[in-house]
Ligand binder design. Structure first.
Ligand code: ZN
Length: 396
């Protein structure tokens, strides 16, 4: 793919030669691969390799086989480079693709990115009522109640693209809530407009005795003189237990901001402001750990990218020390090459080895700092981050 992109003129690079006619053509990718090392490769992957297929991913579902192959190219470029022999991949790809705050590099999963881009059509379908494409889709498949999305798509021919996009509505709608205007397109009990769940799930006892279970908000809401009143109707009088639920329900409804006029709108639960939703699709939560990953200390320090990348691999415990090599079934002596005594681990090599510690002590003495070395590299970075937050004037 990289070779094809270069051949197609996507990355022109530059040529170096002399009067004798010898000419060497160097593409940007080859130049970056030779000079930027892993820190720069991360930037290249994010800005180029992950972004090249964005246009196609926003229109078409990516086949699983293609996504795997493209991610394999990204993995090989990150760890191997171009044209080099196969090297060890130090960090699991799922970790690499996790958010930076969770200890990853924030590289996109192509299939998840593809799902987010295709889900945007569902969002636009509910928002762009007058758009031509929306009217064409609506005429072909028919609108469901409220007009936020189409009816289920059936058929075998000529429907596969919208059928695939429409199939994501159930998962997509979990992250939506409605901003109620006149309330004609939002169902009072069923849709999420008041709190984080539908009222029928929060107050099932009231829903069971409701006379208008499928009513829209506008049918329950009375708007007069700039004030809003609610008229809930039940099949019978509420009992004592249900009266408590009714009080809570009315408190919740009256505490919810409702405009009362204008059109109803979609809201993205996870976005702090409109327009952020495409890239804020939720990622899996990080595993619970005792120490939060010191991502700011690693990636926001004023150090070269290769140093930050090395710190990242060291904090994850993935650099190729003797213990990690033995885990990968390399036959090597289990000893430290510097002090020749005990087993070599990352924490030993970088923090606790007598020779390393002597160097640390020298640096600390130069700056007049008394320091007790923590057990692990990640703990050291974390406590440095805390120390710098408290004392901004400290310089090491
Ligand atoms: Zn040692």
């Amino acid at each position: 793919m990289l070779g094809a992109a270069t051949a197609a003129g996507q990355f022109l690079g530059f040529s170096v030669g002399n009067a004798n006619g010898s000419l060497i053509t160097v593409s940007h990718l080859l130049f970056a691969d030779d000079t930027l090392f892993s820190g720069g490769k991360v930037t290249l992957i994010k800005s180029i390799l992950s972004s090249l297929p964005t246009y196609f991913l926003s229109l078409l579902p990516i086949p699983v086989k293609v996504a795997k192959r493209m991610e394999e190219l990204q993995r090989n470029f990150l760890w191997n480079g171009i044209g080099d022999d196969c090297k060890l991949h130090l960090v699991n790809w799922s970790k690499v693709c996790s958010p930076v705050k969770n200890g990853g590099l924030g590289i996109r999963y192509l299939r998840r990115f593809n799902s987010a881009l295709l889900a945007k059509w569902l969002w636009r379908y509910g928002e762009e009522n007058d758009a031509l494409w929306r009217r064409v889709i609506g005429a072909k498949y028919g609108n469901d109640w409220g007009g936020w999305f189409t009816k289920s798509v059936s058929g075998a021919y000529g429907v596969c693209l919208w059928k695939y996009i429409r199939s994501g509505w159930l998962n997509f709608s979990k992250f939506l809530r409605y901003d109620v205007g006149d309330g004609t397109r939002v169902k009072f009990w069923v849709d999420v407009w008041c709190g984080d769940s539908p009222l029928k799930e929060v107050f099932p006892d009231l829903y069971n005795i409701s006379r208008t279970r499928d009513a829209s908000v506008s049918e329950v809401m009375c708007y007069a003189n700039g004030r809003i009143f609610w008229n809930l109707q039940f099949r019978r009088f509420v009992n004592d237990q249900e009266s408590h639920s009714l009080d809570s329900c009315m408190d919740l409804i009256y505490s919810t901001k409702v405009r009362g006029v204008g059109s109803d709108k979609l809201c993205w639960k996870l976005a702090s402001r409109r327009g952020e939703w495409v890239l804020s699709l939720p990622s899996p939560p990080p595993p619970p750990t005792a120490t939060p990953f010191p991502w700011k200390m690693i990636w926001q320090s004023k150090v070269p990218p290769r140093v930050a990348f090395f710190s990242w691999t060291a904090a994850l415990g993935k650099i190729l020390t003797i213990d990690n090599l033995r885990k990968r079934h390399f036959v090597v002596l289990e000893w430290c090459y510097m002090c020749k005594r005990c087993g070599e681990s990352i924490d030993h090599l970088l923090l606790h080895c007598p020779i390393t510690y002597e160097m640390w002590s020298m640096v600390f003495c130069l700056f007049g700092i008394c320091w007790v070395m923590p057990q692990r590299v990640v703990d050291l970075l974390d406590c440095w981050a805390c120390n710098f937050r408290c004392h901004h004037n400290i310089v090491i």
